[in-house]
Design a protein around this ligand. Sequence first.
Ligand code: GAL
Length: 335
Amino acid sequence: MFKKLMASALALTLLVGCGGGSTASNGGGASSGKTYNVGVAIYQFDDNFMTLYRNELKSYMEEQGKKNGVTYNITIVDGKNDMAEQTNQVENFITQKMDVIILNLVQTSSADTVIDKVVAAGIPLVLINREPLGDNGDESYKGILDNPNVCYIGADARQSGTFQGEIVAELPDHGDINGDGEVAYVMIEGDPENVDAQYRTEYSIKALEDAGIKVKKLDDQVGNWKQEKGQEIAANALTQYGKDVEVIFCNNDAMALGAAAAITAAGRKVGEDIYLLGVDALEECVQMVENGEMTGTVLNDHVGQSHTAVDVAIKALNGEKIDNYYWVDYVKVTK
Ligand code: GAL
C-alpha cells in the first residue's frame, strides 16, 4: 500500500509538473522541432470508457506537442478484442520503428510475450488500463519491474469495488430494502480475465461485509463490459428473482446503462425498490445519478490516466528515467 501511495504521489507530482506548462520536463528544449512516432494499441474501440480514454490521450498528446514545438505522429489501432490481431499490430509498430508504444492489452495473460518483443526492439512501453498481476496477486509484475523502460498506468480496481460497496453501506437502509436482514444482490461482471472485473466483483461485496452487512448472492453473470449484455442479464435476473433483487452491482457503467433499461422495463424504480451501481462515471451515468435513476457510480479518471500515460511516454521519449507504476485514484459519485 505504501508503495501505491508513493506511486500515486509521484503520478500527481508528474501531472502537476506538466500542468504547469514546464517545457523542460515535457519534451521541449533540445528535442524541439523533432517528430516522434507514437503507436497506440487499444484492446477494442467498441468500449465506451476506452473511447473517452483514447480520444483524451490523442488530443492531450497533440496539445503537448504544440506546446513543445514537437510533432507526435500518433497511430491508434483497434485490437477488436482479439489478442492475435493485437500482437500483429504491435509487431507492425516495431517494424515501423515507433519511438514509443502505448498498449491497452487485450489479454493480460499475454503480457510477457508482448513486453519481450517490445523490449527486445528497444522501444519504451507504456501499458494502460489492463493491469497484468504478479504471481502473488499484487502489482509487482516481473515483466514490468525488470524493465526500466516498461511501465503500467492505471487505477487500483480494488478501490472502485470498495467504493461501490461503501455507497450501498452508506444508504439509510444499507441496501436492505425489504428489511429481512440481508442485502440480496445481482452481480454483472466485465471480462473475467480482467483484474478490474475480478476486483470490483470481490471488493464491492467485501466492503458491505466489512461494514457488518449480511449479503445474499442471487446471481453473478459475465456481461463483458457490454450494455446489451448488462440489459439481458438484469432482465433475466429481475424475471427470475423479482422483488427479491435489492441491489444490482455492475462492474462498469455501460452494463449499468443496460441494467437501468431492464429495471425500467420491469416496472421497478431505482432508489425506491432497487439500487443500481456502476463504475466509470460516464457522462450519461453521472446525469442518471443526479436524477436518481442510478444509486451511484465511481469515477474512473480517464483524464488523469491518459494524461499520465502521455506525460510518461514523453519522458521516455526524452530519455528520462520513468517509474514502473503510476496510479490514479478513483472517486465516489453519489447524488
Ligand atoms: C475498465 C472500465 C471498463 C472497460 C475496461 C476495459 O477500467 O471500467 O468500462 O473499459 O476498463 O479494459
